[in-house]
Design a protein around this ligand. Structure first.
Ligand code: FE
Ligand code: FE
Ligand code: ZN
Length: 293
């Protein structure tokens, strides 16, 4: 069965219930959210009542809650320890984020491995491993390392770097990978032949580590190291290639999450999920949503 959704909001007053309602309005059967704003670390406590209400509704709607994803804010950087205080802040924040996920009953937390900012890849990887081993020690949550586009000094734009991190993690049960089609393309991988890419991934890391896949088109060509997401079918990857990835039998049980850009002030997810379900590209979507107020 296709498990498809998008990233959705998470607001102080509605929390998981609001996120679920947004996802349902898109016709999704899964979703991903940040437990606050993606770009900052301001976080509110998790409301138990709202969580219970949402979990009941999730069941009612036949959503497999084990496939609902949380994404850590992208300013958490575990790779650089030039400023020991900042490094420790990132570790502590992530520990708190794991606790929030546990309070929400969430199983998977997506994380950008980090940027070494001049320290070099090897030191960066060492820092990530050291941090994650502290965070994962008694964790009930599995952290998914996201494959990155390789912008600046980002670590994790190739499978061998991800493999090195995983090798250093003590609690192997609590580490996994999140693929991102835009990032893979921008990092230099050929996503048009995804079967071959998955075979290669399996050789280097092991397909059993993949627990989530972000479905995005890219504004830039393969190997551009840019990381600018495009709406489904409007970018350099193209609709047919994305459909092949989404319906790849090896990824059937893996939740697919859209992180494509809004069109004006309108979310594209309902339309994109429709396109994906119908396997038919809608070339008028952008124009239509642009006009919608
Ligand atoms: Fe991400
Ligand atoms: Fe992503
Ligand atoms: Zn991205």
């Amino acid at each position: 069965m296709l498990i498809i959704g998008s990233h959705v909001g998470f607001k102080k007053d509605s929390q998981l219930l609001g996120s679920l309602e947004e996802a349902l309005s898109y016709g999704a059967n899964t979703f991903m959210f940040y437990t606050g704003a993606p770009q900052n670390t301001m976080r509110y406590p998790i409301d138990t009542e709202l969580t219970k209400k949402a979990q009941a509704l999730i069941k009612e709607n036949n959503i497999d809650y084990s496939k609902v994803i949380v994404h850590a804010p992208y300013i958490v950087n575990l790779a650089n320890n030039n400023d020991p205080e900042k490094y420790q802040f990132s570790i502590n924040f992530l520990k708190e984020e794991v606790k929030r996920c546990e309070a929400l009953g969430i199983k998977y937390l997506v994380l950008h491995p980090g940027s070494h900012v001049g320290l070099g890849i090897d030191v960066g990887i060492k820092n990530i491993i050291n941090a994650l081993n502290q965070v994962l020690e008694n964790s009930e949550v599995t952290i998914l390392l996201e494959t990155m586009a390789g912008k600046g000094s980002e670590i994790g734009s190739n499978f061998k770097e991800i493999k090195k991190i995983i090798t250093g993690i003590k609690n192997k049960q609590r580490i996994g990978v999140c693929l991102d089609t835009c990032h893979l393309n921008d990092a230099g991988y050929n996503v048009a032949d995804f079967d071959q890419l998955l075979t290669y991934f399996d050789e280097i890391i092991g397909l059993n580590y993949v627990k989530c896949i972000h479905i995005n088109d890219s504004k830039n060509p393969q190997d551009s190291h840019k990381d600018r997401h495009e709406n489904i079918g409007y970018g350099t990857i193209g609709f047919d290639n994305l459909i092949k990835i989404i319906y790849n039998p090896k990824l059937e049980s893996i939740p697919k999450i859209l992180e494509t850009p809004y069109i004006g002030t309108n979310p594209p997810y309902k339309d994109e999920i429709n396109m994906i379900k119908n396997k038919k590209f809608d070339q008028n979507m952008k124009e239509r949503l642009q006009k919608q107020v």
